[in-house]
Structures are given as C-alpha cells and as structure tokens.
Design a protein around this ligand. Structure first.
Ligand code: NAD
Ligand code: LMR
Length: 327
C-alpha cells in the first residue's frame, strides 16, 4: 500500500466541490492505487462549514477505499498543512452580464492569504492548481506570495477550455472525440483565449483540412470556446460545475502523468511573446509527476499572432489591476 498523499481543496462545499470531491475520492485524479487524506477547507461562515459537514458525510457514505481520513476546517493553516496538492477552487463565481475579471477585487485577496499560508505550511513537494476566477491572475497573485515554493508549482486551469475546444471540433467534423488531437489553449481563461486550431489534427489530418471552413474556425469556433462559460451561466443560471471539476481532474491527472501534453496556465517566461511574468495557457509536457516543461516551438501564423497579442494585453491589464496585491 502506498503512503497516502494529502490533497487540500478550498471551496469544498461549493458547486464545483460537490462534483470534485467524489471524483478525487474515487481515484480519478491520482489513480486507483493512491490512498488519500482529504483536507477540506471552507470559508469561516457557519452555513458553509455546516454544508461541508454534509458533503463529508456523503463522502463517508460512498465508502471509498482510497480515502483514509478527512479534515474539515475553516483555517487555511490547518487545511494546507503538509498538503502535497492544493486545489484552490473557493472563490466567488460570476453571474450573468459579468466578465471573470470583474471578480478580481473580491477574489484576488483570497489568493494573497492562501498563497502565504501554502508557502508557510504545505509539503516541500506541494503543487497548486487555481480554479477560482479569474484563474490566471489569481494564480499569479498566489505565486507572488511564495518565497519557498518556486513559481512553476503554481498552475492555473485552462483545461476546461481545451476540453470544450476538442468537443466542438469533434461535433463540427462529425468525427469521434478521440480522433481530435493537439488542440491547445493559449492565454487567459477569458473570451480572449486562443484555441489554436492550426496545430490540431482530426484522424491524423490537419483539423483545418478536415473541417475546411476557415471562417468557422476563426470565428464561431473561437467565439464558442471563449464564451462557453457565459453561455452555461445563461442556460443554467449558475456557472459550470461538473465540467469544471472534470477539467481539474484532467489537469492534475495529466500533470502527474509523464509524457502527457496538455494545456496549462503557467508563468509564461516569455514563450509565444507573452509577458514573461503573466500566467498564460500554453501546451506543456509533463516530464515527471508534478513537473512540466513548456512546449514553445509551435509556429504561429498572422491570425494566431494577433490573438496571442490580444490575450497577452488582457493579462497584462489584469496584472496592473492587482498591482497592490503582488509581492
Ligand atoms: P460556489 O459559490 O458554488 O462555491 C465556492 C465556495 O467557495 C463556497 O462554498 C464558498 O463558501 C467557498 N469559499 C469562498 N471563499 C473561500 C475561502 N477564502 N476559503 C475557502 N473557501 C471559500 O462557486 P463554484 O461554482 O464552486 O465556483 C468556484 C470558483 O471557480 C468561481 O470563482 C468560479 O468562477 C470558478 N470557476 C473556474 C473555472 C475555470 O475553468 N477556471 C470553471 C468554473 C468555475
Ligand atoms: C467557465 O468557463 O465555465 C467558468 O470560468 C465559469 C465562468 O464564469 O464562465
């Protein structure tokens, strides 16, 4: 039997938490052989902690063999203690008519506090995945608080966008989802994100050749993927939850699986012309469990360069909005 790993989840009693915990506990994130200690963190609000108690009762009632124990807390220093993975979901979601960046002033400060505590008490090998919106900039805020943990441990989730793009390409081409490969997301988790159809393949052929509809690829496709979150809010009345939890399972699973190539929001280091200090989505290759390297060699055409510049501009503007939250 392997040693249990400690997985801290914030916002554990929220919408995403309610889908996520059961997927983690079943082994979907870390595999069927990996025992877990779940460290569930909620806001210091009586109703939230009470709801968390109910969710934990349901985890108990699933009798998941991998779950060795659970900690329920509203104290980040308890919840992040010795955590190997910190999944930062807890934050306000947007409502209709809002952009994700409108959440910055409220949500940004959560990530200052959590970044500091994680750096102080989490395990030496701690990895952090940020879901709370706006995810890229919140991730940058949390990473900026860290002195012990290096910036490459902090990743923002753009995997939902990759999964959305893959599904759209499969639908449009009429091919099976598994035929669609190498579709990656660049930039911000916002409508400016760029799903680079130029590198995608369907059944081994270039996606652009199979679909043969450039106006759709450059127009409706990019727009549908970029605005899917808002479309779900409009239809459901609240933001995506099960698909977001599923994307986080994919994000962490693939970061723990050497050889996987997938879209992750990372400190750009200047790749693809991004400002070196913003967290931008791009393809990365997992080199060993939890460690990645950027794939920065994809050629970009004029259309792609314009899209990359627009999403970079937005990330730089978001950074300016939170300059007082960065260390
Ligand atoms: P929700 O309101 O249902 O749940 C959020 C939970 O976080 C609540 O239970 C709340 O009490 C808790 N919380 C708030 N502040 C906290 C803190 N400081 N510490 C711990 N817990 C705290 O929201 P949700 O639908 O689960 O969404 C959570 C976040 O994820 C939102 O910001 C949403 O916009 C974002 N999101 C991101 C993506 C993505 O692709 N990156 C996708 C979907 C949703
Ligand atoms: C999404 O993409 O579904 C989430 O980021 C929620 C939102 O606000 O759109």
């Amino acid at each position: 039997m392997k040693t249990p790993i400690r997985v801290a989840v914030t916002g554990a009693a929220g919408q995403i938490g309610y889908s996520l915990l059961f997927r983690i506990a079943s082994g979907a994130m870390f595999g069927p052989e990996q025992p877990l200690i779940l460290q569930l963190i909620e806001a210091p609000i009586e109703k939230a902690m009470q709801a968390l108690t109910g969710v934990a009762m349901e985890v108990d009632d699933c009798a998941f063999p991998l779950v060795k124990s659970m900690i329920l807390t509203d104290k980040p220093e308890v919840g992040f203690k010795d955590a190997n993975w910190c999944l930062l979901v807890g934050a306000k979601p947007r409502g209709p008519g809002m952009e994700r960046a409108d959440l910055l002033k409220d949500n940004g400060k959560i990530f200052i506090a959590q970044g500091k505590v994680i750096d102080a008490v989490a395990a030496d090998d701690a990895r952090i995945a940020v879901v709370g919106n706006p995810a890229n900039t919140n991730c940058m805020i949390a990473a900026s608080q860290a002195k012990r943990l290096p910036a490459d441990r902090f990743t923002a989730m753009v995997r939902l966008d990759q999964n959305r793009a893959q599904a759209q390409l499969a639908k449009k081409s009429g091919k099976d989802l598994t035929d669609v490969k190498d579709i990656f997301i660049y930039g911000n988790h916002s409508p400016t994100m760029f799903p680079a159809y130029q590198h995608a393949t369907i059944g081994g052929k270039p996606a652009a050749q199979v679909i043969n509809d450039l106006p759709w690829l450059q127009g409706a496709f990019c727009e549908t993927v970029g605005k899917r979150g808002a479309a779900i809010i409009a239809a459901r009345g609240s933001s995506s939850a099960a698909s977001a939890a599923n994307a986080l399972v994919d994000h962490v699973h693939d970061l723990m699986t050497p050889g996987k190539i997938h879209s992750v929001g990372v400190k750009s280091g200047g790749a693809y012309g991004f400002d070196p200090n913003v967290w931008a989505g791009m393809p990365v290759r997992t080199v060993s469990p939890g460690a990645w390297e950027p794939i920065n060699s994809y050629a970009m055409d004029d259309f792609a360069r314009t899209k990359l510049a627009a999403t970079n501009k937005e990330l730089v503007e978001e950074r300016a909005m939170v300059a007082d939250m960065l260390k």
